[in-house]
Design a binder for this molecule. Structure first.
Ligand code: GDP
Ligand code: ZN
Length: 460
């Protein structure tokens, strides 16, 4: 248990019906005693079990009332942090909530660091590291698919898979260790065979988890999608049509710059970060060239390109050049202005599309957008469309550890298969076991924990 008591505002700062200040630690009870009064003016007598009290928050020095309050009392270990926790619900005005926090700090708590409540929950064994990380994924989820996936991980389903891998690895290690103590050639050979067989099956399972990691990243960060095309083909109109059709995702990512407009949109459960480029073209104008270069850069950085062509106008050299330039990247060719008579046939661009999907839409009349969304989903998830539902929100840290464990396992398998001495194999198995442990936070050092929890929001 940590010795000091922490406090923070747990709700978003702004005007709202209610705001919550959360306190956790051994002195939570004392804090309540100093800042909370029942309607009778008396102190609340906090029970050994959970409870809810109505009363007033006061500032502890002048004893002046700050606001009405619903006080939740959750003594440890049956609380979020496994410590004594109290939550003061007050009116959600910025100054009200801040004054309550100040009162709580004056009463002996200290301001919590970002993620510190969850860090304590982890340190006190309430959840493992991958579950703790899933808490933030849940809070940040931009689509229902991401939300459901984070929820599954928070429930420990991913951790369970990792623990299963570790159990099998530990058995294998035990087998190898025993052999090391009794070095007889036959016994060694049997152990080596087992390392190869079990090692390979563990590698295969890790590969499946790494597949999920890719989907997890998509769900977490969104697919960076560039809308490219020469001027006036309808890029901005297409962006707006997609935004109007789907609930736009509110985001704190800076939006409009001089040459690039960026919006999040939720299409079929996948967050797409749509980037409207200023128009890719050759130009003499220096200012415009910066915009054009930036557009090219965006195409290179993006994970999906929507290449927009104007179906009602003859193809230009620029269109063809863009078709050639975006070749080989995940791409959907969008033939816009289908409400107008078409000036060319799909066959004319077939030489450059390499079998990439070509969809006809009208951004103006909003037709054909469903088909476009379908192709966007397919371009991103491919055959993984259905597995996205079950995928874990494996993050970059976890994926990196899984890759390390995989590499050590492969080396162990290789060493065992070429008849290397088993102590070499044992070292690699041990390393793989350690990496898998770090995924769920076993033996995680303070540095790692600080790095992870500092990314959390305040009050969580
Ligand atoms: P951008 O330069 O590629 O971003 O193109 P805009 O979105 O600004 O559109 C250029 C012009 O084409 C505007 O006058 C739009 O109203 C028009 N436009 C865009 N999409 C369509 C469409 O689907 N049908 C028709 N008829 N006009 C369109
Ligand atoms: Zn535009």
């Amino acid at each position: 248990m940590q010795s000091d008591t922490i406090a923070a505002i747990s709700t978003a700062l702004g005007e709202a019906g209610i705001g919550v200040v959360r306190v956790s630690g051994a002195q939570a009870r004392d804090v309540v005693d100093r800042v909370f009064r029942l309607p009778s003016g008396r102190h609340a007598r906090l029970p050994e079990h959970r409870g809810l009290f109505y009363g007033t928050v006061i500032d502890p020095f002048e004893e002046r009332p700050i606001d009405e309050c619903i006080l939740l009392w959750m003594p440890g270990p049956r609380s979020y942090t496994a410590e004594d926790v109290t939550e003061l619900q007050v009116h959600g005005g910025i100054r009200v909530v801040e004054a309550v926090l100040e009162a709580v700090l004056q009463a002996g708590a200290r301001l919590a660091e970002p993620g510190e409540f969850t860090k304590r929950a982890f340190l006190n064994g309430r959840m493992d590291l991958s579950q703790a990380e899933a808490v933030m994924d849940l809070i940040r989820a931009k689509t229902d698919l991401a939300r459901r996936s984070a929820w599954a991980q928070m429930q420990g389903r991913f951790s369970e898979v990792v623990r299963g891998l570790r159990r099998r690895l530990l058995e294998l290690q035990a087998h190898v260790e025993v052999t090391l103590d009794y070095p007889e050639h036959d016994v060694e050979a049997v152990a080596a065979e087992r390392v190869v067989a079990v090692g390979q099956s563990l590698v295969a399972e890790i590969d499946r988890l790494l597949e999920d990691a890719r989907v997890g990243q998509i769900l977490r960060e969104g697919v960076v999608t560039t809308i490219a095309g020469r001027p006036n083909v309808g890029k901005s109109s297409l962006l707006n049509a997609l935004l109007r059709r789907e609930r736009a995702i509110v985001t704190d990512i800076p939006g409009t710059t001089r040459d690039v407009i960026e919006e999040y949109v939720n299409l079929r459960g996948i967050p797409f970060r749509l980037v409207d480029t200023a128009g890719i073209r050759e130009t003499e104008d220096v200012v415009e060239r910066i915009g054009v270069e930036r557009s090219r850069e965006m195409v290179v950085q993006s994970e999906l390109v929507l290449l927009v062509l104007n179906g009602s106008e003859a193809l230009t050299e620029e269109d063809i050049r863009l078709l050639a330039e975006t070749r080989g990247r995940p791409r959907v060719v969008v033939v816009n202005k289908s409400d107008l008579p078409s000036a060319w046939e799909d066959a004319e661009i077939r030489a450059w599309t390499d079998g990439d999907p070509v969809v006809h839409v009208s951004a103006k009349s909003a037709s054909g957008l469903g088909g476009l969304e379908e192709e966007m989903e397919r371009a991103v998830l491919g055959g993984e469309v259905r597995t996205a539902e079950a995928a874990y929100m494996t993050n970059a840290r976890q994926a990196d550890l899984l890759r390390r464990a995989r590499r050590d396992l492969e080396e162990a398998v290789h060493a065992a298969s070429v008849g290397a001495t088993l102590d070499v194999v044992a070292v690699q198995l041990q390393a793989a076991y350690g990496s898998l442990g770090l995924v769920i936070g076993e033996e995680a050092g303070e540095d790692l924990l600080d790095a992870i929890f500092s990314q959390f929001c305040l009050g969580k």
